[in-house]
Design a protein around this ligand. Structure first.
Ligand code: HEC
Length: 125
């Protein structure tokens, strides 16, 4: 598969075009695991964790499509197997899986964020 690089300016344009609609739709259709979580080393209540994960997931929509449903060359995340998504993020972080951009994204998040993101995307129908 050929990988597509989305430049910063076009990504920003897509983000501003997509966010209001997709953030709303994600809230309506996807559930996140309601568990306390660590954000930057601090324990946070489940409600804070759920909105934290929705905010991160919205940044993934830029390339993986609104609600993780892609129409292009970049794979969809919506409805993917949770364990598969977690393993992919760990492989990107460790450099075990070839990546154009995903190693950088994977480096930005913790294992517990991978878990919550994977649950979030796996729950989207
Ligand atoms: C700048 C565009 C971009 C952004 C933003 C982005 N991705 Fe990706 N993603 C890609 C590309 C391109 C690939 C293919 C691997 C590669 O070339 O890095 C990919 C692959 C993946 C895969 C493997 C999918 C599969 O079917 O094997 C996962 C999982 C993934 N991304 C998760 C995420 C998550 C979670 C986020 C948000 C934190 C995210 N991505 C943000 C571009 C992006």
């Amino acid at each position: 598969m050929k990988h597509v690089f989305v430049g910063a300016s076009s990504a920003a344009l897509m983000l501003s075009a997509m966010l209001p609609v997709s953030a709303h739709a994600a809230g309506a259709s996807a559930k996140t695991d309601a568990q306390p979580c660590l954000i930057a080393g601090w324990e946070n209540p489940a409600s804070v964790c759920a909105s934290h994960i929705k905010t991160i997931a919205a940044t993934c929509f830029i390339c993986h499509g609104p609600n993780g449903k892609s129409n292009g060359a970049i794979p969809s995340l919506a409805g993917q197997d949770k364990a598969y998504l977690i393993a992919a993020m760990k492989d990107f972080k460790a450099g075990r899986r070839e990546a154009s951009v995903m190693q950088k994204y994977a480096l930005g998040y913790t294992d517990s964020e991978y878990e919550a993101l994977a649950a979030y995307f796996a729950a989207i129908k």
